[in-house]
Design a protein around this ligand. Structure first.
Ligand code: GLN
Length: 474
């Protein structure tokens, strides 16, 4: 069987009878078995086969729903009913989810098949997928390199063709950065576009679930299914959900694209990525679009503000993992104090502990105003300045990452790792939607992405522009 690159391609073969969901599931199961990336940490073999047979029966009577044939993997911080859910952390060992996340429930209602659970950085904290209790995921393009993180398993699995699509989560770039490193498409929706019900919380005012796919069409299809109001998440928007997959052509002949110039001067931006990015801008100009350099003078404040705010939120969110409520409890726990202290000391990994401590510090009485309140003010300025740009522009365009995938164990300094997020966190701080499309091939043979951002709830425009650029920018 050849690798499929979109659901519509699969659907043609399913409809003609040349392909069945069962044979498709068997194809992916075999590929997972022979995978070299450690992206799947659990495969739902029996369930997937059973569901494939049920959906094949529906296809015979033409009663299947719109995602029939979509074989999808789910990041290990998004709940699937009756399956283990660990956020790749020892502290959630043996924890099983008793309900489906809203995103998964909506996919299942449209006849998607969930094939398994995907590796990630512990509690979605990381940019390399090296912080996982299951060991790192490897980049399918070069297994000596990282796939990016935290949704490293989600991106590597799609790139290695172990499933057609996957769900990831993005708090500061965790969908887009691995998509860029692995050469696939990753979309982070507007904050509040997709319900967070059933997503293990990291930074609750930033977290969003989104799709990783090989085609824009599939990204749009998944988005129109998983988006929209949800009684289980009060931060989820009531805003109408357009049929994203039906509006992938551009309305306007001339796009106005802003390029914040400070980013291109950022330390550590790879020369080839920069020159390829500039080539793409020139190509867009020659196609009649308006490209303008704008000023966004807060680039240096993005990563610090992000890490103050997200660690603060994480320190509060992760307080519930105490050895009593969920998963792991230390064998040495004998009373309430030792249950908390030993279970948390043994259960959390190094990076998660670092962030809990940092978050607790910035929220502590003596430092709250100096760090937390100040970061909130910076967030407001970043949001307002971003919003201002969209008054006169359709898109902001940037590289997705400063470099291509780096080597395993290459980045040991946490600050250096945090700086990997320089191009991605603006979208999370401002709450806007952003997408990474694979549009570069480095002479080191690794892929990299170009990132587009649009105004709040403009996923429809974002996807249409991404689709246009996938076709026009070669
Ligand atoms: N690399 C960022 C972090 O470690 C982003 C993570 C994410 O988006 N979940 O926080």
């Amino acid at each position: 069987m050849k690798p499929f690159s979109s659901l519509s391609d699969i659907r043609i073969h399913l409809k003609s009878g040349e392909l069945t969901c069962l044979s498709l599931v068997e194809y992916y199961l075999e590929k997972i078995e022979n995978s070299k990336t450690n992206s799947f940490i659990e495969v739902y073999k029996e369930d997937a086969i059973k569901r494939a047979k049920e959906i094949d029966a529906k296809i015979k009577t033409s009663t299947e729903k719109k995602l029939a044939g979509l074989i999808i993997g789910v990041k290990d911080n998004i709940s699937v009913k009756n399956k283990p859910l660990t956020a790749s952390s020892k502290i959630l060992k043996n924890f099983h989810s008793i309900y489906n996340s809203t995103a998964v429930k909506r996919l299942l209602n449209e006849d998607a098949i969930v094939i398994g659970r995907l590796n990630c950085d512990e509690f979605a904290m990381g940019s390399s997928n090296e912080n996982s209790c299951y060991g790192p995921t490897f980049n399918p393009h070069d297994v000596s390199k990282v796939p990016g993180g935290s949704s490293g398993g989600s991106a590597a699995a799609v790139a290695e063709d172990l499933c057609l699509a996957s769900l990831g989560s993005d708090t500061g770039g965790s969908i887009r950065q691995p998509a860029s490193f692995c050469g696939v498409i990753g979309l982070k929706p507007t904050y509040g576009r997709v319900s967070r019900h059933g997503l293990i919380a990291y930074g609750s005012s930033f977290d969003q679930i989104g799709p990783i796919t090989k085609s824009i069409e599939d990204s749009a299809l998944i988005m129109e299914v998983i988006s929209g109001k949800d009684d289980f998440d009060s931060t989820c928007s009531f805003e109408n959900v357009p049929s994203y997959s039906k509006s992938l052509s551009l309305d306007s002949k001339q796009l106005r694209i802003a390029v914040p110039k400070e980013y291109l001067d950022a330390d550590g931006l790879d020369d080839e990525i920069k020159s390829c990015f500039i080539d793409k801008l020139n190509k867009l100009k020659s196609l009649g679009h308006v490209i303008e350099k704008v000023s966004f003078p807060y680039v240096k404040s993005l990563v610090p503000a992000y890490y103050v705010l997200t660690t603060a939120e994480a320190s509060s969110n992760l307080a519930r993992f105490d050895g009593a409520h969920y998963g792991f409890r230390s064998n040495e726990a004998i009373d309430i104090d030792s249950t908390y202290v030993k279970s948390r000391s043994e259960g959390f990994g190094l990076e998660v502990k670092r962030r809990i401590m940092l978050g607790t510090f910035v929220l502590s009485a003596g430092y709250y105003d100096a760090y937390y309140t100040k970061a909130l003010k910076v967030r407001r300025i970043i949001k307002d300045t971003t919003q201002e740009i969209f008054k006169t522009f359709d898109l902001i365009m940037l590289p997705t990452t400063p470099s291509t995938a780096f080597g395993l164990n290459e980045i040991k300094d946490p600050i250096k790792m945090y700086l990997q997020d320089i191009f991605t966190v603006q979208a999370n701080i401002a709450g806007i939607p952003a997408i990474s499309i694979p549009k570069g091939n480095h002479t080191n043979n690794m892929p990299f992405g170009i990132q587009l951002m649009a105004d709040l709830f403009e996923e429809e425009k974002l996807l249409a522009c991404a689709s246009y650029m996938m076709n026009e920018l070669n």
